[in-house]
Design a binder for this molecule. Structure first.
Ligand SMILES: Nc1ccn([C@@H]2O[C@H](COP(=O)(O)OP(=O)(O)OP(=O)(O)O)[C@@H](O)[C@H]2O)c(=O)n1
Ligand SMILES: C[C@](O)(CO)[C@H](O)COP(=O)(O)O
Length: 402
């Protein structure tokens, strides 16, 4: 048998799942981790039978998806998607040589929960069929709508199935079916199984997976987040708390950088980097929870590379150390101590920026502020201080147990 290729349609705009200001659903980080598309790419990249991946992308997303498929693993390519899912797959099929890849799986970028076992079943189905789709039985009572949208006839659910992806095909017959659809201007197929059946092929069914949901609505996105957080939390039972504290002196200037946000002010803050006490305290809090030194140990002030540096780099480094240990950050909290500038008007911008750097949902990032009642160096306006707490969860390791 020849090799297996995979087509990932990822050119949709995710309109039904769109929250205001949010990017398309397949690119949103899920539970502070990889996006749906990244998870799907990872699944197929690491599957031993798959040797080529073609991702159909909206023209605006080609470069970013090229960045996601970069690196080791099987051969991968991004092509322009079309106006509909069917057109996106048709475009991707043109990038496949049926002589070298005689089998192809088609899997939605919007189904991040597909398992290796499901992919194995899809590939195995091609020993029996030239087209096959995963299907699950329905558990709700299913009715047709009456003309007035009231309840119509009840359907026999034992004769109905919900169809998912990955769908499996012999490559050339799928290409021919798509060519025939283009020739007859049919562009209304919601899946390739339907298109193959229309073209006269028997389409087999294999066992789907009720967990393999398609992220379609905003509620689906919330459910997926919860499910992934729960999975990660269970895998990381070792709860750690770290604290951080930082001070920078006020100097001549016209703004300070706090929580990644430049705030106009009557002074500046002196420092080797951008002197962002908030990001520094948070970085130290994370390093503290990891028992992995402190910001000065990793980014010495004597090193000219960090001069004037955006402190996001330091926080990103600490966050990646958590990921490298297989852990996750469950909460970041910071208190800024200063008489001025007023933090309140900038609090949400700071939270958004910290959440963005740390890859966390907004409700897992807190920024608070207090004056020190004109007492001490912060009270006299000689400097600004910040203290932070990071709550992390790590997997238990043999080191942890010792
Ligand atoms: N022109 C299109 C439309 C959809 N898709 C992809 O097909 C899969 C299933 O489509 P759907 O869930 O409907 O995604 P969207 O089209 O993005 O969603 P919506 O209809 O809500 O805009 C998704 O991975 C989507 O990116 C595609 O490649 N090209
Ligand atoms: C292909 C599919 O996921 C199978 O269930 C589904 O048909 C896609 O439908 P959508 O309207 O493009 O979301």
């Amino acid at each position: 048998m020849g090799k297996v290729a995979v087509i990932i349609p990822a050119a949709g705009r995710g309109r039904r799942a769109r929250q205001s200001g949010a990017e398309a659903k397949q690119f949103r980080p899920l539970a502070g981790g990889a996006s749906a598309l990244a998870r799907v790419i990872r699944l197929f990249r690491s599957h031993p039978a798959v040797s080529r991946i073609v991702v159909a992308a909206h023209p605006d997303d080609v470069t970013r998806i090229e960045g996601m498929i970069d690196g080791k693993g099987c051969e991968a390519q991004v092509v322009h998607g079309g106006e509909t899912r069917q057109q996106s797959i048709c475009n991707a099929l043109q990038a496949l040589d049926a002589a070298s890849h005689d089998r192809v799986l088609v899997h939605d970028a919007a189904r991040p929960f597909a398992s290796v076992q499901l992919v194995d079943r899809a590939i195995a189905s091609l020993e029996t069929y030239e087209a096959a789709v995963p299907a699950i039985a329905l558990t709700d009572t299913i009715v047709e709508l009456a003309p007035d949208d009231a309840r119509g006839p009840t359907l026999d659910r034992d004769r109905l199935r919900a169809v998912q992806t990955p769908q499996a095909f012999r490559t050339r017959p799928l290409q021919q079916a798509h060519e025939a659809a283009v020739a007859t201007a049919r562009d209304d197929f919601t899946d390739d199984g339907a298109l193959m059946a229309w073209h006269g092929h028997v389409v087999g069914l294999f066992e789907g997976d009720s967990g393999n949901v398609k992220l379609t609505t905003a509620q689906d996105m919330r459910d997926a987040e919860q499910r992934l957080w729960a999975q990660q939390f269970l895998a990381c039972p070792d709860v750690r708390t770290g604290t951080g504290f930082d001070v920078h002196a006020c100097v001549d200037g016209d703004h300070v950088v706090l929580g990644g946000i430049a705030i106009p002010h009557t002074d500046g803050l002196s420092g080797h980097s951008d002197a962002d006490v908030v990001l520094h305290a948070l970085t130290d809090a994370i390093l503290g929870a990891l028992a992995d030194g402190d910001i000065g140990a990793h980014f010495p002030p004597s090193d000219m590379r960090w001069k004037g540096q955006d402190s996001a780099l330091f926080l990103q480094d600490a966050v990646s150390r958590v990921a490298a240990r297989g852990g996750l950050i469950s909460h970041l909290d910071c208190t800024i101590m200063c008489e001025a500038p007023k933090v309140g008007p900038h609090r949400d911008a700071m939270r958004r920026r910290i959440a963005e750097i740390a890859g966390l949902p907004l409700d897992r990032v807190a920024v608070k502020a207090t004056t020190t009642e004109r007492l001490g160096f912060t009270g006299r306006g000689e400097g600004i201080a910040a203290m932070a707490t990071a709550t992390l969860r790590l997997p238990f390791t043999s080191d942890t147990a010792n």
